[in-house]
Design a protein around this ligand. Structure first.
Ligand code: T4K
Length: 389
């Protein structure tokens, strides 16, 4: 509660950074250093630094409670969690996925010798379009890997219907969806598994970190073996596992972050509302609004610029902002289907992905983080308006 107040007060105009100070797309929010030092003292005393220590165990339990899910397996980062999620369900052959995502989603398939089959996205949610999935299914298809992009929930009911009919597994890349709920239920319980990231750029960070969420205790057990080289006990190795473990320092930070995350999200929401209030109605600039029944987490603030109406291209706005030391990002451009290692596959052809290609050419993620001051928001908004026709 105290932190919520302190984050909120940062929005007032009494703190005025110099006009040309760098503004990055994000800044990590951290708990009070003194609290973390106390955790480190405990850690120094115990000398138990990793391999399922007491911070790890406590964080797994408290995180599952906070998220409203059954089981969580912590990882060193989201990419290792994705790789392991595909391994634990023995996914192979072809997997239907979205090209409108961060590199790690598609690379996790490639590292498992799985062929990504790219599916176009829905123009409103920007997530994999469920109506296009069936036409991409072949005898080699074993799973669907959708992403809740920007924390916007996929149409999980439709995806589940298709998966059930065709006997496919569903793994959600939920790296943007920490804490997101639909009708007050966590989105992370959808599908067979969901994968989270706690990278420094995420709304909830343990510096690096990640997790797999599952509703099935037996699957959690297998995940835990796999992330520890496949050891089921001191002498038995049940699978060719990996070292995916989160260490005690990360887990200690995660435990502290849980106390403050509601305040961080509330502050992000406030900033998102401010942008919307001041940018809504600008010709040629589309915003994403909240979706009904969804508890959003505001991880990014994407806007979509159509050059003809706006009078300047997305890239022109990106550079105009950069010229004023404002570092917006083109998440997610280029599409992963355009990467050299994927672009020659038939599903990667731009004519198969018309919506994803347009969205990717228009998107700009504006700075959004709890410490962003109103004077900085005004500077960003003014630059965008100055660039318009
Ligand atoms: N799936 C999805 C859908 C994902 O978005 C991601 C990660 C993953 C899977 C994989 O999860 P992890 O294995 O990463 O846990 C960043 C992140 O590295 C990446 O985690 C994230 N998605 C992706 C969307 O963004 P970059 O290369 O854009 O980050 P970078 O280093 O340019 O940082 C952006 C800005 O953030 C900097 O200009 C300043 C600020 N920043 C960054 C860091 C690292 C800080 O203020 N402090 C920091 O420590 O990829």
């Amino acid at each position: 509660m105290e932190q919520l107040k302190s984050v909120d007060t940062k929005t007032v105009k009494d703190v005025q950074p110099p006009m040309q100070e760098d503004i990055f797309v994000t800044r990590p929010e951290l708990p009070p250093l003194a609290d973390f030092v106390k955790s480190l003292e405990t850690l120094w005393d115990s000398r138990l630094l990793t391999n399922n220590g007491s911070f790890h165990q406590a964080f797994e339990t408290e995180l599952a409670e906070y998220l409203g899910v059954k089981y969580v397996s912590l990882f060193a980062n989201g990419t290792l969690a994705l790789l392991t999620a595909l391994q634990v369900l023995r996914i192979n052959g072809e997997v239907i996925t979205t090209p409108y995502t961060f590199a790690a989603t598609t690379h996790a398939l490639h590292w498992n010798q799985i062929t990504p089959v790219f599916c176009d996205i829905d123009p409103w949610t920007l997530n994999l379009d469920p109506n296009r999935i069936e036409s991409l299914i072949t005898p080699r298809t074993t799973a669907i890997l959708p992403v809740h992009i920007y924390g916007i929930p996929c149409d999980v009911a439709k995806i589940e219907d298709i998966a059930d009919v065709y006997g496919l597994k569903v793994i959600y890349d939920a790296c943007h969806a920490f804490g997101v709920k639909v009708k007050n239920e966590s989105i992370l319980t959808a599908g067979d598994l969901s994968v989270l990231s706690f990278h420094a750029t995420k709304i909830f960070t343990t510096m690096e970190g990640g997790a797999i969420v599952t509703n099935d205790l037996k699957v959690k057990k297998r995940i835990d073996y796999l992330k520890n080289f496949g050891f089921s006990n001191e002498v038995h190795v049940i699978a060719p596992g990996i070292n995916g473990k989160m260490n005690e320092m990360q887990a200690a930070l995660g435990l502290l972050q849980l106390k403050y995350i509601d305040g961080y999200i509330a502050s992000r929401r406030q900033k998102a509302m401010y942008y919307r209030e001041h940018l809504r109605g600008l010709r040629g600039l589309r915003l994403m609004e909240d979706f009904p029944d969804v508890t959003h987490n505001y991880p990014y603030f994407p806007v979509f610029i159509s050059q003809d109406e706006f009078g300047a291209s997305r890239d022109a706005v990106y550079h105009a902002l950069r010229d004023r030391n404002i570092y917006s990002r083109r998440y997610f451009y280029p599409l992963t289907s355009a990467f050299p290692m994927y672009r020659n596959s038939p599903s990667a052809a731009p004519e198969n992905l018309p919506i994803a290609n347009v969205i990717s050419s228009q998107v700009l993620c504006l700075p959004l983080f709890p410490d962003l001051h109103e004077i900085q928001l005004d500077r960003i908004i003014r630059t965008i308006k100055d660039t318009a026709k």
